[in-house]
Write a protein that binds this ligand. Structure first.
Ligand SMILES: [Zn+2]
Length: 245
């Protein structure tokens, strides 16, 4: 049987990686990048995240009305933003709204800050309203694998103030599960640590569970239909489609 080996380094890769103040992103090459939205070559995302973002914006009727403000950042760029915010806004503001270099989801290429199109856009706290096309985007986002990453009420879990403009690609069906159950990424990964879950999906079902990565990595057969993502916390999340009965 053909097999695939996943190494400890691989635990820091994939759409479900947790990146926050206590889970820095290990240094790694930039992901393969693409423009976050059509015509916005200055803002980049990991390619699949970009494709799904554009599809969601299109479905919401938001092309030209929703603007990508900030996507992938190198560690150096995150450092510049941190330094600039410290200088201009002080430490309390910066600690609330800017992640420490190495601890920003933006370095993964899986996070985007969005704004409603406007002549004046605030780079650190863009305006992304709850109504109109932005609201429609918000409603559809989980179907395209995107979540509102720092919602109100989860500040004590995420460690980040409510940021209604910051979205994170976690992929399907995870975004839908998190939205339906009202879980932020930290809570979702904690739930999977405590045991697997089953989710009715696309006329069938998937099972999602976590495996710890050992010293020598994890070897998985290629025969089963599944996807794998690291969690940036020493393990992998497996998403397996159940065979029809
Ligand atoms: Zn952001």
């Amino acid at each position: 049987m053909r097999e695939q080996v996943y190494t400890r380094e691989d635990t820091g890769r994939g759409p479900l990686i947790l990146v926050n103040a206590s889970h820095p992103l290990p240094p790694q090459p930039a992901p393969r990048l693409a423009p976050a939205l059509p015509g916005q070559g200055d803002v980049l995302l990991e390619r699949r995240a970009a494709r799904m973002l554009a599809a969601c914006v299109r479905a919401a009727g938001g092309l030209g009305k929703i603007v990508a403000v900030s996507g992938w950042r190198s560690r150096g760029e995150q450092q510049e933003i941190w330094d600039g915010s410290l200088r201009d806004h002080g430490e309390a503001f910066t600690r609330s709204y800017v992640a420490l270099p190495g601890c920003s989801e933006h370095e993964t290429g899986l996070a985007i800050d969005l704004a409603a199109a406007s002549p004046a856009i605030d780079f650190i706290r863009p305006d992304f309203p709850r109504g109109g096309v932005c609201g429609e985007f918000r409603r559809l986002a989980p179907l395209f694998g995107w979540i509102e990453r720092y919602p109100a009420g989860k500040e004590s879990v995420t460690g980040i103030a409510c940021e209604p403009w910051h979205f994170r690609y976690v992929g399907a069906p995870h975004a839908q599960i998190m939205a339906e159950r009202g879980l932020c990424l930290e809570e979702y990964l904690e739930l999977l640590r405590g045991g697997g879950l089953r989710f009715a999906y696309r006329g069938g079902a998937v099972r999602i569970f976590r495996i710890e990565c050992g010293e020598n990595g994890v070897t998985l057969p290629l025969a089963v239909r599944f996807t794998v993502s690291g969690d940036n916390d020493g393990g992998f999340l497996l998403t397996v489609r159940e065979e029809a009965a």
